[in-house]
Every structure is written in C-alpha cells, then in structure tokens.
Design a protein around this ligand. Structure first.
Ligand SMILES: Nc1ncnc2c1ncn2[C@@H]1O[C@H](COP(=O)(O)OP(=O)(O)OP(=O)(O)O)[C@@H](O)[C@H]1O
Ligand SMILES: O=P(O)(O)OC[C@@]1(O)O[C@H](CO)[C@@H](O)[C@@H]1O
Length: 303
C-alpha cells in the first residue's frame, strides 16, 4: 500500500484576475476550489492511475469537511485524524504571473498529533509512505523525524518532500526518493544554483547524504534524476500550461506508483515527468488519459 501523509492540507482557492490592481476592488474572472496539500495531491494522482493508496494526516472544520467529501466522491481512500481547528485555505492567484498565498495552518494538540503516530504501528515492510508539505507550526520541530523513525522501525520505505532541516535530518534514514525543485535545492545548501553543473553537484550531495533516488525538478526546463547507477536528464513534453499547482506532487506520484511496480527508476522517472507535465497542462490535477498520452514524447538522456 502507498500511504501519503499531509500534515497541513488546504483548500486551494484558485482565483483568476487578469490584471490585479492593488488597493482597489478587483473582480474575479473565474474561481475554483480544490482539495489541496501535497500528500493529498499525491494520493489523488495515484488513485487516478489505478494504484492503491490511503491519504493520512489532519483535517478539521468546514474546510476539512470539504476535502474529505471530495476525496470520498472521487473514491480516494483516506483515514485522517479529526482536529478541532479549521484546515487552512491557500490562495492561488492566476494573473500575469502565478502568485501563491499559503496559510500557516491550524493548531494541532499533542493528543491529536499522537493519534497519527499510533496509526503508523500498522505499517508493514510492503508499505511505502510519502510524507509531503509543510508542518503546521504547533507541531514539534522534530515531528517529521519522529514519523520517519516510526516508519523505518516498521520496515516500511518512505519518500519525503519537505524542505530545510526536516529534509536533512531524514536523509540518513535512506528515503527512497527526495524531490526538491531547483530553488529548494539552493535553499537547502544555502547556495545559488545558476547552471546544470550546480544542480549536478548538489543533487549528488543528496545521494551521498543517504537518499536512494533524487529528482531535481525544474518546472518548464524538465528534471534530473540521480541514482547510484547514473544520472539522467528528462525532457518535458510540449503543451500549454494551465495551472502548475501540484505538478511536483504529481511527479512524485507518477514515480512512486511506477517504481513500486517495476522497480525501474528510469521508467518511474518517465512516468513522473508525464504526470507532472499533464498536471501543469490541466486546470485541476491530471487525468490518467492525459498522463499516458504524453509518455511517448518524453526523452530520458543519460548524462
Ligand atoms: N511549464 C511546464 N511545462 C511542462 N512540464 C512542466 C511544467 N511545469 C512543471 N512541469 C513538469 O512537472 C515537474 C514538476 O514541476 P515543478 O518543478 O514545478 O515542481 P514543484 O516546484 O515541486 O511544483 P509544485 O510545488 O507546484 O507542485 C517538472 O519537472 C516538469 O516535468
Ligand atoms: O504549504 P505547503 O504544505 O508547503 O504547500 C501547500 C501547497 O501549496 O502545495 C500544494 C501544491 O504542491 C498545494 O495543493 C498546496 O496549497
């Protein structure tokens, strides 16, 4: 089973205003409310391509209700801990540029946070857990580390998509995959990344620090895959970008679903790019047919 953990889900409120005038009344062209949060996006794509998945994490209030109703309607299995406070709403403003305004997230009590830990005692070595996104500030600083330690103690494998210290401390526990984008990679090592050579240097460092596979995603410029047996460049398919929110999560879902089946990192990388790009070319997350139709266009080159 592939479990996802979203500590800080959101309703993504997608708002289109062709030209924003700050300090004035702006009328929306159109708007859309979607269930969001990185792990939830991963589970939605896994379900879409026919893989078994259960979404875990914290949900609360009317906003949490919106998300769980949506997942139920879509047939995505979930087992969230119910919390007292409302799940956040993140604003994704589509204008001349894409602007994101993300909430910090609700307060989660020690009892609520313990309940999620208890669920992990059911994991087996056949399971994989994808931990994605920010941590609400009320959770302890080492909460991700505590989760990862429990997961590895059960013999399950894990993928972690977070940033900074939380990512660094998980690396010695050998994540199956980490997927920073170029900006996150630069921030992680406190450097500026201006060339492919820089990406190669710091991507390889993540392998040395313990990751089994590393993907550095570069939005419209494709992605690089680092494995113990070689490094590869993935070239994106062509298409019109509609909403790139969740492209990175879709890439993780595509990789994970394929890797758990074939254990072939290159095939999994290809599926990751197809899923990421298909989401960038859609209003919501990608549909299975769109993902599959892009596969033939994707080129993977050894470096
Ligand atoms: N404009 C685009 N055109 C084609 N493919 C894209 C585009 N944007 C993203 N993708 C595909 O999706 C992958 C992941 O995108 P990106 O690097 O933006 O991840 P991210 O920053 O984690 O995204 P997010 O946080 O929005 O989920 C890219 O490597 C690429 O293959
Ligand atoms: O604040 P976080 O948890 O880092 O990111 C949350 C978020 O921006 O990530 C997803 C896209 O990747 C969105 O669905 C969601 O709004």
């Amino acid at each position: 089973m592939i479990y996802t953990i979203t500590l800080n889900p959101s309703i993504d409120y997608i708002v289109s205003i062709p030209q924003v005038a700050l300090g004035e009344l702006n009328k929306m062209d159109h708007d859309l409310k979607l269930p969001g949060g990185k792990g939830i996006n991963v589970s939605r794509i896994l379900h879409e391509v026919g893989k078994d998945t259960v979404a875990l994490g914290f949900l609360g209030g009317f906003t949490g209700g919106f998300i769980s109703d949506w997942l139920t309607k879509e047939g995505v299995r979930s087992d969230f801990i119910q919390i007292q406070e409302d799940t956040r709403i993140n604003i994704k403003l589509k204008s001349e540029e894409e602007t994101e305004i993300n909430g910090r997230g609700p307060s989660i009590s020690p009892e609520e946070s313990k309940k999620l830990m208890e669920k992990l005692s059911y994991l087996t070595p056949e399971d994989t857990v994808v931990l994605s996104g920010s941590k609400p500030p009320s959770l302890p600083d080492d909460y991700y580390l505590q989760l990862v330690e429990l997961i590895t103690k059960q013999g399950a494998s894990f993928i972690i998509d977070t940033t900074g210290q939380e990512l660094f401390t998980a690396l010695p526990l050998n994540p199956l995959l980490v997927k920073p984008n170029k900006e996150e990679l630069a921030e992680l090592f406190q450097v500026s990344i201006t060339s492919e050579a820089d990406v190669l240097t710091y991507g390889n460092k993540l392998l040395e620090l313990g990751a089994e596979h590393v993907i550095v995603s570069m939005a419209g410029e494709g992605a690089l895959l680092f494995t113990k047996n070689g490094t590869y460049k993935g070239i994106n398919p062509k298409g019109t970008v509609k909403n790139s929110v969740g492209a990175g999560d879709s890439m993780i879902a595509g990789f994970t679903g394929e890797y758990m089946q074939s254990k072939d990192p290159i095939q999994a990388f290809k599926m990751g790019i197809a899923s990421g790009s298909a989401t960038a070319f859609s209003d919501d997350l990608a549909k299975k047919q769109d993902i599959l139709s892009l596969l033939d266009q994707i080129e993977i080159k050894p470096l």
